[in-house]
Design a protein around this ligand. Structure first.
Ligand SMILES: Cc1cc2nc3c(=O)[nH]c(=O)nc-3n(C[C@H](O)[C@H](O)[C@H](O)COP(=O)(O)OP(=O)(O)OC[C@H]3O[C@@H](n4cnc5c(N)ncnc54)[C@H](O)[C@@H]3O)c2cc1C
Length: 505
């Protein structure tokens, strides 16, 4: 994955079959799907891959127990099937995770027990394991810090877990290997139309500020919460298609929530579910669902959201957490498809939707990370129809993502060239300094943030440590990016400012 090589294809007079706007889960999935069907595919991402919502999820590959409670069996069944495909296609980036639902009465035990057995049944052959009903003693042995007062027992069920931005980057790499051109930091700024139909896009490489005009048969808009801006770029009279809803996560040390099991609280005060999920060496607590007006790349947590999560977790656990115990707070915006007459965003469907404008712009929106592959397949089916391409079947249900052996070989090569890169970045983490060089050479990282936020995840796991390591990261990557000491200082300053927002005061 070499950015200059990818960028070189923009200077040719290629007529693309599909240009995908947006390098989050949906857009990258679309590029991979289109390329594996043999279509000439280009993906343009205006920031880094997964900078938007796709690096800020709760890290669950799941059917969505909550949607079952809402009676949306079709969505749950589809997501469980996708969960199965993802765990098979990217085993190194996903894992099976046990979840415990603590229950406080016989009635709750029956209700959640039956519900979660049905959840497992819906996954059919792709089941990850049988749902089990646990005694009080079994529940406390799975969740050592659970408050046992009034506890009646628990339900154990299986779901999936993943590293969202790592997966995004490996989908990008797989799309490139399958023939797609995929570029980050290249923003779409306009459409070219012929007889009112879209026939091209204008974009700018944000690193060189060079502008390009590209020709294409079809454009797929996969820009998540930024969807409205793109549909209005196509037609300024178009009404908003998505509305953003914010969800925050607090990341704490595993000592507050020891063990390997996750916990799912099925009903918070506002009727949502809340998770405590082991992730890397930490635990992610979340999330919230707050309708918001402003769309931003770095949304801010609201005080009431922070208090809400701390209050609920402390209600269930004996090791109480305080604000000072939070290592990082990260916030994501859900691109919810606008629906009339739904009061709360928690009730808006997580199904995905597809729209086609009169100029031929295909917009794919909504959905979940877990269902990105199906969303992509639907988008490409439509693109093939609109672009009148040869009909090819979707192949991604059985397309492996990433190449572990190739990665290992490249890492060995990096270390062979500079043995000092074998050192660990920090004694508490298993990453070697070679990972930093790998990110620049093979994963299109161009700055400290790309590495510490989305390739190593340290910003999300421990924001203070990320700030402390920033100067070292800058000094290692600078020569590979042909940058000087001045750049290093500016980079450290801007990363420190950004990371400050992940620390609670
Ligand atoms: C709090 C929270 C928790 C979640 N937890 C889970 C979970 O546990 N499991 C799960 O399955 N799902 C989860 N989801 C849902 C999932 O994260 C999203 O559905 C998914 O990430 C959306 O991906 P996307 O590609 O549509 O959008 P994004 O990831 O936002 O990608 C859109 C991209 O478009 C780019 N873009 C915008 N404008 C332009 C332009 N002009 N030119 C080029 N590029 C442009 C942006 O830079 C951005 O990278 C969660 C969501 C939230 C908010």
């Amino acid at each position: 994955m070499n950015r200059s090589e990818q960028l070189a294809s923009l200077a040719t007079d290629t007529v693309w079959d599909i240009i995908v706007i947006g390098g989050g889960a949906t857009g990258l999935g679309t590029a991979l799907d289109a390329a594996t069907r043999g279509y000439k595919t280009l993906l343009l991402e205006g920031h880094d891959f997964a900078k938007g919502t796709s690096s800020r999820s709760t890290k669950l590959v799941h059917g969505g127990v909550r949607y079952l409670e809402q009676g949306n069996i079709k969505l749950v069944r589809e997501a469980l099937r996708e969960r199965g495909y993802l765990l098979k296609n990217a085993p190194h980036l996903t894992s099976v995770q046990t979840f415990i639902v603590p229950v406080f009465s016989w009635w709750e035990k029956m209700f959640y027990g039956l519900g979660l057995k049905f959840y497992d049944l819906l996954s059919g052959k792709l089941s990850l394991g049988d749902t089990q009903i646990l005694s009080k003693k079994e529940t406390t042995s799975h969740l050592p810090t659970i408050n046992a007062d009034k506890l009646a027992g628990g339900i154990l069920y299986y779901d999936g877990q993943f590293d969202d931005s790592h997966l995004a980057i490996e989908i990008a790499a797989t799309a490139i290997k399958s023939g797609a051109t995929v570029i980050n930091y290249c923003k779409v700024t306009g459409f070219i139309k012929t007889n009112d139909k879209i026939t091209g896009v204008e974009c700018i490489d944000l690193l060189s500020e060079k502008k390009y005009t590209l020709t294409t048969k079809v454009v797929v808009n996969a820009t998540g919460v930024f969807t409205n801006a793109i549909v209005q770029m196509d037609d300024h009279l178009q009404h908003d298609l998505v509305s953003p809803s914010q969800g925050i996560h607090l990341v704490i040390d595993a000592k507050f929530f020891p063990g390997t099991d996750a916990m799912m609280i099925p009903k918070t005060d506002d009727g949502r579910v809340l998770f405590a999920v082991p992730w890397h060496d930490k635990v992610v607590l979340g999330t919230t669902d707050t309708p918001i007006e402003e769309i931003s790349y770095e949304p801010k947590p609201l005080e009431e959201e922070i208090e809400f999560i701390i209050k609920h977790i402390n209600r269930y656990c004996t090791t109480l957490i305080k604000r000072a115990d939070i290592n990082s707070v990260y916030v994501g915006l859900r691109p919810l498809v606008k629906q009339k007459s739904k009061g709360s965003t928690a009730l808006i469907s997580r199904e995905h939707h597809l729209s086609v404008s009169s100029s031929g712009l295909i917009t794919i929106m909504g959905g979940k990370w877990t269902t990105y592959r199906k969303m992509a397949a639907d988008a490409v089916d439509n693109a093939a129809f609109i672009g009148k391409f040869n009909k090819e079947k979707c192949k991604t249900a059985h397309t492996p993502i990433g190449d572990e052996q190739e990665k290992e070989n490249r890492m060995n090569e990096i270390i062979k060239n500079d043995i000092s890169l074998k050192e660990l970045v920090h004694p508490n983490y298993t990453f070697t300094k070679a990972v930093l060089v790998y990110a620049v050479k093979y994963e299109m990282a161009i700055c400290i943030e790309d590495i510490l936020a989305r390739r190593m995840r340290l910003l999300f796991l421990d924001a203070k440590l990320a700030i402390a390591l920033a100067p070292m990261v800058a000094s290692i990557i600078a020569p590979y990016l042909q940058k000087d000491k001045n750049w290093e200082a500016l980079e450290v300053k801007s990363f420190t400012e950004l990371a400050g927002q992940y620390i609670l005061s």
